[in-house]
Ligand binder design. Structure first.
Ligand code: MTE
Ligand code: MO
Length: 373
């Protein structure tokens, strides 16, 4: 069993799949702190977790498949040390809500396939500059992981070279998460953090960087993590016709209370908390919440990364709001939607953004709670 030696995980994680391991924290736990503690940070593995000893770790640097350099961990750490705060979100986060529209394929994530952490490591742009990469000749930076499928093929993904070479894009080869060496599940000893970009490109257990004219040819870049029209079916889908997801759209979720909870009224109000985030470094400028199906919107208070600057809002924002409720009603329906700095807003419902893989699930979050009488 290739999964026989998997790491021990915290009991608070709700398991969505065991082999490979996929798990998320409860929504209320998720919004308890601005930085997600490592044991509660969602895990999305596609393959068995590789066991790597620091002394054996190597990172291969290649151009069009030809190895140019091999770095060991010590040599990698000689590049300037950088720390960023960034959320990582799976492309399938909130899939369980989209699956109510129509059947789809994928892990049944609730709202917890996201976490916010500090990441310390070296900048990818520094390594590529050192390698003498000419931005005009190549188009993509491909990554491979040390995790292998049964045929020996590694997990792989790629990002556009413009993203990889831009110092302000803050793409990091991270060796620490929240100030500690990476845990085994989150990519020990080195993973890529591509802030603002779908989780799938944040390759863990990084083994190789390949500079290329082409995208990664992996299944996860070519045959998965792409969006489609609601009318596309498994019979007529053509993966070649959709681009791979990179930057993520604006999203928010209500985390506390949760759907079907019973909540207490205090001074005629109920307290509602959640998170909001947008891809591409776009800032969350507002979160609107309603409990009368949009007749009245209440603006939430935001907790955001005060260190972030123009176009580099990689962290999520946490939000909270007090909603005035009518004591006579037993049930309240709550909706939340976020707005980002490009004035992108979330779509109102899932039916018009449904896709067969259940990705980019960013419609209004809608829950129903009971009022404690
Ligand atoms: N990297 C490798 N090597 N193998 C993987 O299975 N999963 C990807 C990405 N990087 C994956 C990977 C996906 S789809 C996501 S959402 C994130 O890692 C999850 O990161 P986390 O487990 O640290 O939360
Ligand atoms: Mo993912």
């Amino acid at each position: 069993d290739p999964y026989a030696n998997e790491p021990v995980r915290h009991k608070a994680l709700k398991i969505n799949g065991n082999k490979p391991f996929c798990a998320e924290p409860s929504p209320s736990l998720l919004v308890e702190s601005f930085l997600t503690p490592v044991p509660f940070f969602y895990v999305r593995n596609h393959l068995p977790v590789p066991e790597i000893e620091l002394k054996d770790y190597t990172l291969e640097l290649a151009i069009e498949g030809t190895t140019k350099k091999t770095l060991d961990f010590k040599t990698l750490k000689k590049y300037e040390k950088r720390t960023i705060t960034a959320a990582v979100m799976c492309g399938g986060n909130r899939r369980s809500e989209m699956s109510k529209v129509k059947q789809l394929k994928g892990i049944n994530w609730n709202v917890g396939a996201v976490g916010n952490a500090t990441w310390t490591g070296v900048r990818l742009c520094d390594i590529l500059k050192d390698l003498g990469v000419n931005e005009d000749v190549f188009n993509h930076i491909q990554f491979e992981g040390h995790d292998l499928d049964p045929s020996g093929m590694p997990y792989g993904a790629s990002i556009p070279i413009s993203k990889a070479m831009d110092p302000r894009a803050d793409v990091i080869l991270a060796y620490e998460m929240n100030g500690e060496p990476l845990s085994q599940d989150h990519g020990f000893p080195v993973r890529v953090i591509v802030p603002g970009v779908v989780g799938a490109r944040n390759v863990k257990w990084l083994s190789k960087i390949n500079v290329s004219k082409e995208e990664s040819q992996s299944q996860w870049q070519q045959g998965d993590y792409k969006g489609f029209s609601p009318s596309t079916t498994w019979d007529n889908v053509d993966f070649n016709k959709s681009p791979a997801i990179q930057e993520m759209p604006v999203v928010s979720a209500i985390c506390d209370p949760q759907n079907t909870d019973t909540v207490e009224i205090k001074n005629g109000k109920i307290q509602v908390k959640g998170y909001a985030w947008s891809g591409g470094g776009r800032k969350i400028i507002r979160v609107d919440v309603t409990n009368d199906k949009g007749k009245t919107w209440h603006t939430a208070d935001l907790t955001e990364d005060l260190q972030a600057n123009e176009g580099r809002y990689w962290s999520w924002s946490l939000w909270n709001v007090e909603l005035p409720v009518d004591k006579k009603s037993r049930e309240v329906e709550i909706w939340a939607k976020a707005v980002d700095s490009s004035y992108n807003v979330q779509p109102e419902n899932f039916s018009n953004i449904y896709n067969i893989r259940g990705l980019l699930c960013n419609a209004y979050h809608k829950i129903k709670v009971q009022l404690k009488q």
